[in-house]
Unconditional design. Structure first.
Length: 607
């Protein structure tokens, strides 16, 4: 997500802050800013776009005076990328400045309250609420005020706070969003990521949830929210900069696979309140939802595969016909579409040319476009009639993983939300699904624990020329993604087939030793897929299965990776993880350029 840096010492803070932000550029951002205490005022410089803009604006940080300051690279969540929405954010009178990573889920209530008390806001961000709350409640102690404000915030945050009256202090806080403290000689640092401080120090404290650090030039004190001191061990970072960017992993793809529990949690949790799905951000009315007689999904690549999963889920749960279409096909096939059709547009980047044009085509024909997008303020997000954002954060690896998972999470939210309005989900089922949805991040974490087994299985298959994926129902939809993941990063030819289609041609490709990956999670069709597995085994296939742990007998059919049993709707989120890890390890064993596969681009903005 966003990046935080902070400096307090005896040197000019500006150049360090700019340098620290440059080290965080790899994470992806849309604006950047710094704020220094120059002895009289808190001076903020911030700008939309590349860090180069801020560098030029501040002469690489040298034009600002002061030896204490905070900086930020922003990846927009609340409010589009713009100068005014960039961090740091000042309180109304400019006494306090804040940088923030994470999401304040109850910011609108807090903002409404402050507005009712006469506070004037400048930005659309959730972060500004924090700066304004600090000023609103401040009497004489910044630390007491920050603790009071923390008690009012719901959500996740890493914060850096400085004040105009006290140029000798930075306050840093962590809850759910990483923050570290760097320890120097007569200087100390804060950073969301060790890369930002490695050129200055390797000695750090890692803040845990609800810990607060008070940094001065010659000391760092860590306390909890009861103001009790917390004693921590100093950690010495041994990573080089390259490894540090990837959180110690070898590739961004692996880092992003491991980030999925968190990304799913961030996408789901703001939308579940008191056991119900809440989609405050959409304008679509209940009457409109009831008026649709069809849902049309358009997307490209992995986002299209989410659409195929969504087709199975929506049809089953909403009893509405659903068509999932490749955007590039949809836009040129004179589609039959009108105002009775809801168009769901799925895109990580929000800039994919075909997806955008397919959406516009649907809108021209009277359809309402609801988009599921990761990049705030992107073209699709802005031009769709409604947008629900995924909170995957920047995805750097070309092959998507966490964006795919968060798109699935939004599909589940939509299924529950629409199903409730349409009356197609009974209350008990609704309640059970919400409970399972809330525990999904933990279950994904459990599946990530199988990585060594996937590495072993990859070592058996990585020399293959072709690999086939089979499944039925949602498992088929998922096998499309498993196959794409493998081929795009390992360059092994792979195809996904609906298992029922095997006998119509594909089985002729199976010979001694042909690897087949079978998805065996869809409860109703286990018997049928097991028969298909036997058919390919008889012809020499070497089969690997992904199955639920409620069916241990599958291991007698083939080598199996087990995932926890959840309801059918949510299984794709668990079953996709072994497929991602398998593709990753195969590509790694083959020595491929995993994060930047040949001929592929992260965002395809031309046809
Ligand atoms: C490229 C990416 C894929 C992505 C597809 C659609 O092919 O490599 O990971 O699924 O574009 O991109 P979008 O940004 O619209 O989701």
């Amino acid at each position: 997500m966003c990046g935080i840096v902070g400096y307090i010492g005896c040197e000019p803070a500006g150049p360090y802050l700019i340098d620290g932000l440059a080290k965080l550029e790899y994470r992806g951002y849309d604006s950047a800013g710094i704020c220094l205490n120059d002895g009289k005022e808190l001076v903020v410089k911030k700008a939309k776009g590349q860090l180069a803009v801020l560098k030029e604006m501040t002469d690489n940080g040298k034009s600002l005076s002061g030896t204490v300051g905070i900086g930020h690279t922003r990846w927009a969540t609340h409010g589009e990328p713009s100068d005014v929405n960039a961090h740091p954010h000042l309180s109304e009178s400019g006494r306090f400045a804040v940088v923030h990573n994470g999401i304040i889920e109850n910011y609108q209530q807090l903002k409404d309250y402050l507005i009712s008390k006469g506070v004037v806001f400048r930005s659309m961000t959730d972060t500004e609420v924090i700066a304004q709350l600090i000023e609103f409640y401040y009497h004489d102690s910044l630390i007491d005020t920050v603790i009071k404000v923390l008690g009012k915030l719901e959500g996740s945050y890493a914060l850096g706070v400085i004040s105009r009256e006290n140029p000798d202090e930075i306050i840093a806080v962590r809850k759910e969003s990483p923050l570290i403290i760097g320890l120097g000689e007569k200087e100390n640092f804060i950073a969301s990521d060790v890369t930002a401080i490695l050129s200055k120090t390797r000695k750090i404290y890692r803040l845990e949830n609800n810990e607060i650090a008070v940094l001065r030039r010659d000391s760092v004190k860590i306390i909890n929210t009861d103001k009790e001191e917390v004693h921590k061990e100093v950690e010495t970072v041994t990573w080089d900069v390259d490894a540090a960017e990837k959180g110690g992993y070898e590739h961004f793809m692996f880092k992003e696979i491991m980030e999925q529990p968190d990304a799913i949690r961030k996408t789901i949790s703001p939308h579940i309140k008191n056991g119900r799905v809440v989609l405050d951000e959409i304008k679509l009315t209940h009457e409109q939802i009831k008026s649709f007689n069809k849902i049309n999904i358009v997307a490209c690549g992995s986002a299209y595969h989410v659409g195929v999963v969504a087709k199975y889920i929506f049809e089953k749960m909403l009893r509405i016909p659903v068509e999932a279409d490749l955007a590039s096909e949809f836009r040129y096939r004179d589609p039959i579409i009108n105002d009775k059709v809801l168009t769901v547009v799925i895109s990580q980047s929000g800039e994919t040319a075909d997806t955008k044009e397919a959406m516009k085509e649907a809108q021209r024909r009277g359809s309402y476009a609801l988009s599921i997008v990761n990049v705030v303020g992107s073209a699709i997000a802005m031009e769709s009639d409604d947008v629900i954002y995924t909170w995957a954060g920047p995805e750097i690896s070309v092959a998507t993983t966490k964006a795919y998972s968060t798109q699935l999470a939004v599909v589940y939210l939509l299924a529950l939300y629409f199903g409730d309005i349409l009356g197609t989900i009974v209350p008990d089922e609704y309640k059970a699904l919400i409970n399972q949805l809330e525990s999904l991040p933990e279950k994904v974490q459990t599946v990530l624990g199988h990585k060594e087994r996937l590495q072993y299985l990859a070592s058996k298959f990585f020399n293959s020329k072709d690999i086939f994926f089979i499944g039925r129902n949602i498992d088929y939809a998922l096998s499309l993604e498993g196959s794409l993941k493998l081929k795009e990063i390992s360059y092994i030819h792979s195809e996904a087939y609906a298992a029922g289609e095997l006998k119509h041609g594909t089985i002729s490709l199976i010979e001694q030793g042909t690897p087949v990956i079978a998805l065996v999670t869809h409860e109703e069709l286990i018997g049928k897929i097991v028969s298909n597995i036997e058919e390919v085994k008889t012809r020499g296939a070497e089969v690997m299965c992904i199955a639920c742990d409620t069916h241990p007998e599958i291991k007698d059919v083939a080598q199996t990776v087990f995932i926890p049993k959840v309801c059918d709707m949510l299984l794709p989120s668990l079953a996709v993880v072994p497929l991602q890890l398998f593709a990753y390890y195969v590509a790694s064993l083959k020595g491929c350029d995993i994060d930047k596969p040949r001929n592929l681009a992260k965002s395809v903005t031309v046809e």
